[in-house]
Every structure is written in structure tokens, then in C-alpha cells.
Design a protein around this ligand. Structure first.
Ligand SMILES: [Zn+2]
Length: 149
């Protein structure tokens, strides 16, 4: 039998108490999640650093102590980077090809560094933005209700 309820239906749990208190303790931030996220700062105070390394999250905010364990951006930043960078770079390559028709080595020289710069440049702010929006909207992974009746 599946792991759904007795009636076979799957339901999403509301966020657990511990998680709610973890995220919602203290005042709700007056910091814009967009500004804090793109600046790679803490989504609650807007001051502490969000990352330890290039894409590794710090364990907690060094300023307000917000535990970053709630954060799980998953593949979201990579998907947005692929869509945005693909649109920009492929669009630019098509324009250059149709206007100037340069040899292929010119395309390689233009677009390989450009795609690296655009993708690596967008990855960190987009991950910061997704974590900040996750905090702002109190979003978390849905889990099946195991039917505590
Ligand atoms: Zn903070």
C-alpha cells in the first residue's frame, strides 16, 4: 500500500511549529528580499553575508544569527541562469551573425568568455534572491500528511 492517508489521499502539511518559530522569530524584515537577495545579504537583517564561498551558504547570519538551514534553492538559480543567459547570448550571437557574418573563430572568441561571465555572474545573485524570497514567503518543501488522526 502507498504511504498516503487511510483514504489514499495525499495532503500537504502546514509548516511545522519548529520551522515557523525558526523563520518567524523576531520582527519581520523591513529589508526588501530583492535587494538583500541580489546583494547576497541576510534576508532578515540585510547586513550579514549569505555565502561562505562562491555558492556555499554560511551556516547562519553573522549579524542577526538567522539560521540558514531553511534555505534550499535547489536547481532554481541554475534554471534561471540558463534561461536568461541563453536568451541574451544566443540572441546576441544571432544578431552578430546576421549583421556581420564573421568567421566561426570570432564567434568562439566572443561568446565563450561572454557565456562564462554571464552565467557565473548571475548564479550567485540569483541564488541569493531565491533564498531571500524563500525566507520572505516562508516557503518550504511540501510533505505528505501522514494522517495523525
Ligand atoms: Zn541577518
Amino acid at each position: 500500500m502507498g504511504s498516503g492517508n487511510a483514504d489514499g489521499a495525499w495532503r500537504l502539511n502546514k509548516p511545522s511549529r519548529s520551522r515557523k518559530t525558526k523563520i518567524a522569530d523576531g520582527d519581520r524584515p523591513s529589508v526588501s528580499p530583492y535587494i538583500a537577495g541580489i546583494a547576497c545579504r541576510c534576508p532578515r537583517c540585510g547586513r550579514g553575508r549569505l555565502f561562505n564561498g562562491f555558492l556555499t551558504l554560511a551556516p547562519a547570519c553573522e549579524n542577526c544569527g538567522l539560521d540558514y538551514s531553511f534555505a534550499d534553492a535547489g536547481d532554481g538559480p541554475a534554471v534561471f541562469v540558463i534561461l536568461i543567459a541563453g536568451f541574451l547570448v544566443v540572441g546576441a550571437a544571432v544578431v552578430v551573425e546576421s549583421v556581420w557574418r564573421p568567421p566561426y573563430w570570432v564567434h568562439a572568441l566572443l561568446w565563450i568568455p561572454t557565456i562564462l561571465a554571464v552565467t557565473l555572474g548571475l548564479l550567485r545573485p540569483l541564488k541569493g534572491l531565491m533564498v531571500a524570497l524563500q525566507f520572505h514567503h516562508n516557503a518550504e518543501e511540501g510533505r505528505p500528511d501522514r494522517g495523525k488522526r
